[in-house]
Design a protein around this ligand. Structure first.
Ligand code: BEZ
Ligand code: FE
Length: 297
């Protein structure tokens, strides 16, 4: 904390620099780029001046970002994690997906989506052999007027019961992810795993920020969805498990009340909806009715 007194002369020097940098964009021919950079400079300089940033702190920040870059590769995206734990991902999602009537709310994408997940039929199994409690998921896809959306592509992905996505293992396994299509009435159903809590990768620089600020790396239990349909706004969201004690402290600020669902425990021996034999295991079931906003709002 600094008690530095900022004189009028000093303020004038600092403001002059902000003006100079902003004016350096005068000839930019891309109006949006000009707007983004101008605003960025105002906020960045505002931050530096507000906290009276030291040179040592600025250098530490640059070293930190350098480390974030070095640990990032095809399988690990530390910049996304950084954006997530600072709430920047969620804020961008809030801004880009304004509430639209009763449309399902969006939440954070995360780093574990993979293109070309296996296709399953309606009622198929998305677990791909990943470990966990079987969970029957069903619901509808509708537009905001209540009409069914047939043929919506529904992508789902989730961690196994040990808290890892398939891509976090060194082998080439594919599990806990799939895609399917809603039927003519907009209905869908599939088997997945009951979501369990897991930590975001926290063995890198982002993990150090969490430790330094006394924060947990844990995400509330969730199942990811991405739903696309012609003429509709793409929905990227999750459903969360009612009663999960991490709902109030999700480390990426992804929880929205409307996305918390009952996952109803079914004791071993309870008949399954499609007659599947789950052996001597208990299983769970949940319902997620999806409402898509039109693409143009
Ligand atoms: C996820 O839910 O997969 C996730 C989201 C943000 C950071 C890390 C993981
Ligand atoms: Fe996740």
């Amino acid at each position: 904390m600094t008690d530095e007194i900022v004189t009028d002369t000093q303020t004038a020097v600092e403001e002059q620099l902000v003006d100079n940098v902003v004016r350096s964009f005068d000839d930019c021919t891309d109006p949006r780029l000009k707007q983004l950079l101008t605003s960025l400079v105002h906020h960045l300089h505002g931050f530096i001046r507000d906290v009276r940033l030291t040179e040592a702190e600025w250098n530490a920040a640059i070293e930190f970002l350098t480390e974030v870059g070095h640990i990032t590769d095809d399988r690990r995206q530390e910049f996304i994690l950084l954006s997530d734990v600072l709430g920047a991902s969620m804020q961008t999602i809030n801004v880009a997906n304004p509430a639209c009537e009763n449309a399902t709310e969006a939440t954070v994408f995360g780093p574990f989506f993979v293109d070309d997940a296996p296709r399953i039929d309606l009622g198929g199994d998305a677990s791909g052999g990943a470990s966990g409690q079987p969970c029957w998921v069903e619901g509808t896809v509708r537009d905001t007027g209540g009409d069914p959306v047939p043929g919506a592509r529904i992508e789902i992905w989730e961690a196994d019961e040990d808290g890892f996505y398939d891509v976090q293992y060194d082998d080439a396994r594919v599990g806990g992810r799939a895609h399917l299509y809603s039927d003519d009435d907009g209905h869908y159903r599939f088997w997945a795993l009951t979501p369990t809590p897991y930590p975001i990768p926290h063995d890198g620089p982002v993990g150090r920020i969490l430790t330094a600020t006394g924060r947990s790396p844990m995400r509330a239990s969730h199942l990811h969805f991405m739903v696309t349909a012609e003429g509709m706004r793409t929905l990227v969201t999750h459903i969360f498990v009612s009663g999960d004690e991490l709902l109030d402290s999700d480390t990426v600020f992804g929880v929205k009340d409307s996305l918390i669902k009952e996952f109803v425990e079914q004791p071993a021996g309870t008949p399954t909806p499609d007659g599947r034999d789950v052996g001597d295991k208990s299983w769970a079931r949940t319902v997620f009715d999806i409402v898509l906003a039109p693409a143009d709002v």
